[in-house]
Write a protein that binds this ligand. Structure first.
Ligand SMILES: Cc1cc2nc3c(=O)[nH]c(=O)nc-3n(C[C@H](O)[C@H](O)[C@H](O)COP(=O)(O)OP(=O)(O)OC[C@H]3O[C@@H](n4cnc5c(N)ncnc54)[C@H](O)[C@@H]3O)c2cc1C
Length: 403
């Protein structure tokens, strides 16, 4: 089979797909519409399934070294009492790793560093696809500043262009597309290390959540999630949050105080509430949020994108032809990602989104009475995934992660 691929989008999913495809001998170009890959974004937590996928891609050790194991923490009420504790050591015993927390920019750099120069073209937006040839796809581009032409031909296109994927819209025009989840999220990384007593926490109020993830260098990412209509923006988001979360237990106020106003990101959370009929159309595979954008309540979106990347590469390595490989990719990934997305939505409904006082009181009482270890068991349900093995690249092809 021909083995040239174009990956659309250089997010975590697209970069991971490119690394995986190269490991199984494909020639890959990644096209990204952003003119520069700014090292922006807040933090991310990765469960064992995401880390195992990174291991299969050859970057797991570097990610572990840059990340912080999330051993202590859990879920609290705004007054500070614990609803559930999470035992990261128990998770490590069960899965070989606790959940780890890492700045997104660091994860992105490590994935980029696993690709040789010249693979990634920035400032190139995919505007269309020509699928008239049977086994080839022509990707139409808004030409890139580096002189990349107006199109690229490939045997395979991996559309990793995010929740608002243009490629998905072209392939599946009758799909309703992303839906607003009802929640809006503010995130930032503190500008200095803080003395936090836990690695991570989530606190649930009424239709509101505040959480943090501590990093290896002592800084932390925090997120604040609110039930709100889409599109509402604030002149001074930090001031808004200080008011909204006033009176919540420490370290909420300390985290906000350790944040520069221009570091705060604010996004409305969209999800693919209607699952796709297929992740594959002809020689185009959807991957990551383009295929299964989910609410962030289980911290699994990027982990699922990483799983996609490894499964796609393994299927292409194993199958006799690309069509068979893509059918196997769809068969393995769609049920799994759909069930995690459903679980994430459910977790959100029972967690951050719950707002009526009796329902919140009932939920909190149930959590307090739940047997210890329940949080670990819930995480195991999604994180205990085994990555298919990918061939180890020849010594000459190895890339060294960049810092
Ligand atoms: C608040 C929040 C917290 C989260 N926390 C976690 C967590 O802790 N753990 C976890 O596993 N997941 C988490 N997630 C989910 C995770 O962030 C996403 O699932 C993941 O980043 C998706 O990666 P992606 O590469 O599929 O898409 P994206 O990151 O959206 O990347 C898509 C890329 O495609 C580019 N692009 C778009 N259109 C085009 C085009 N036409 N041409 C060229 N390029 C294009 C974009 O510029 C972008 O760079 C969280 C999500 C949210 C919203």
């Amino acid at each position: 089979m021909g083995n040239t691929a174009v990956v659309v989008g250089a997010g975590i999913g697209g970069l991971a797909a490119a690394v995986g495809l190269r490991r199984v001998g494909w020639e890959v170009r990644v096209v990204e519409r952003a003119p520069v890959l700014a090292d922006a974004g807040a933090g991310i937590s990765l469960a064992a399934n995401g880390i195992r996928a990174l291991d299969a891609l050859g970057v797991g050790a570097a990610v572990r070294a840059a990340a912080r194991g999330q051993y202590t923490g859990g879920t609290r009420t705004p007054g500070g009492s614990w609803l559930a504790r999470m035992d990261g050591a128990a998770l490590e015993r069960a899965l070989g790793t606790p959940i780890v927390g890492i700045p997104r920019a660091a994860l992105h750099r490590l994935l980029r560093g696993a690709l040789p120069p010249g693979v990634l073209t920035v400032g190139a937006e995919v505007t269309g696809l020509d699928r008239s040839a049977p086994d080839r796809v022509r990707v139409l581009l808004n030409g890139a500043p580096d002189g990349t032409g107006a199109s690229m031909d490939a045997d395979l296109v991996v559309a990793a262009d995010g929740v608002h994927s243009r490629v998905r819209g072209l392939l599946l025009p009758s799909h309703p597309g992303p839906a607003y989840s009802g929640s809006t999220v503010f995130r930032a990384i503190t500008d200095r290390p803080l003395d936090l007593r836990t690695d991570f926490e989530i606190t649930w109020g009424r239709g509101a959540e505040f959480g943090h993830i501590a990093f290896a260098d002592g800084r932390a990412e925090w997120h604040a999630v609110l039930n709100a209509p889409a599109g509402v923006r604030h002149a001074d988001p930090l001031a808004e949050l200080r008011g909204r979360f006033a009176g919540w237990h420490e370290p909420v106020a300390r985290l906000l105080a350790a944040t520069r106003p221009d570091a705060v990101l604010h996004h409305d959370v969209h999800e693919l509430a209607t699952p796709l009929p297929s992740f594959v159309t002809g020689r185009v595979a959807l991957l990551g949020d383009a295929a299964h954008a989910m609410t962030p309540n289980l911290g699994q979106g990027a982990c699922q994108a990483l799983e996609d990347a490894v499964v796609l590469a393994a299927a292409l390595a194993d199958a006799a032809d690309t069509g068979t490989a893509l059918a196997a990719y769809d068969a393995q990934r769609r049920p799994r990602a759909t069930s995690v997305a459903t679980a994430a939505r459910r977790a959100g409904r029972m967690g951050q989104r719950l707002s009526s006082p009796p329902a919140v009181a009932l939920r909190n009482a149930a959590l307090r009475m739940a047997p210890s270890g329940m949080a670990v068991r819930m995480i195991l349900r999604h994180a205990d995934w085994t990555a298919p093995r990918l061939p180890t690249p020849e010594a000459g092809e190895r890339q060294s992660p960049v810092e």
